[in-house]
Design a protein around this ligand. Structure first.
Ligand code: 6PG
Length: 231
């Protein structure tokens, strides 16, 4: 089944509704909701909207991060800081519901530590690889997603679930989920607002794999694109 494409002038509301619907469905069916947050700027308003939700048993939700910059958690570049400001603090998410990528330590150590924590959770559930109920992703203008940037080593990873990845264009390290982990998800949702990168989105949807986002293909998971349209 191909991806579901939702074009909307109500991007923030529709994105928040998708997340909350997935949460309620997972909590009802499995008593837990395992969601990976994306970073960057696009999700800010969506997370703030989600934080307003009522009657979500946040203690049964586990938040992970699809990627992180190699900076301290209070750095303005930190994806954790963005989520803390927009979602965790406003919604009163308990610390035990948050699995933070430690961007402040050695990148490879942080990646292996996080991978081990996900592996331990997967083992408890009888899974070979941790299965997210929902992974949120963004799309960069070069077709990257998470921190899987074109022409970087992490693209070739077929075994590891979480790796450190040097990104020459930023001359810096990142921490990122790999395709093996992303493609284990029950549902992946790309969030793109303000009709950006129209031609790029078409190329990715055609499966042009020079763009890393085109290699997100969870089986048997579902892919949704929520595309904000200019008002
Ligand atoms: C990050 C993100 C990254 C992001 C895209 C889009 O850490 O930056 O995970 O993959 O989703 O770069 O970013 P914007 O939402 O800021 O356009």
């Amino acid at each position: 089944m191909g991806p579901e494409i939702i074009r909307t002038k109500n991007f923030v509301r529709d994105a928040a509704d998708l997340i909350l619907q997935a949460a309620r469905q997972s909590l009802a069916q499995r008593g837990e909701f395992r969601i990976a947050l994306s970073g960057g700027n696009t999700p800010r308003a969506v997370y703030s909207e989600v934080a307003q939700a009522r009657k979500i048993s946040w203690q049964d939700v586990l938040f992970t991060f699809g990627d992180e910059r190699c900076v301290p958690p209070d750095d303005e570049q930190s994806n954790f800081r963005m989520a803390k400001e927009t979602l965790f603090d406003p919604a009163g998410i308990p610390d035990e519901s948050i699995l933070r990528l430690r961007g402040e330590i050695d990148p490879e150590t942080a990646a292996r530590e996080y991978e081990a924590r996900l592996d331990a959770l997967a083992l408890k559930r009888g899974e070979e690889i941790y299965r997210h109920d929902l992974i949120l992703l963004g799309l960069g203008e070069d077709g990257h997603t998470a921190s899987l940037f074109p022409e970087t080593a992490a693209l070739a990873e077929t075994e590891r679930r979480v790796v450190s990845n040097f990104v020459p264009k930023f001359n810096s390290w990142r921490l990122t989920f790999t395709f093996p982990l992303i493609n284990q998800a029950r549902h992946v949702c790309f969030l793109l607002n303000a009709s950006k990168h129209v031609e790029l989105i078409e190329s990715v949807l055609r499966g042009e794999t020079q763009y890393p986002a085109a290699r997100v293909a969870p089986m048997p998971g579902q892919v949704t694109w929520i595309l904000g349209q200019a008002a």
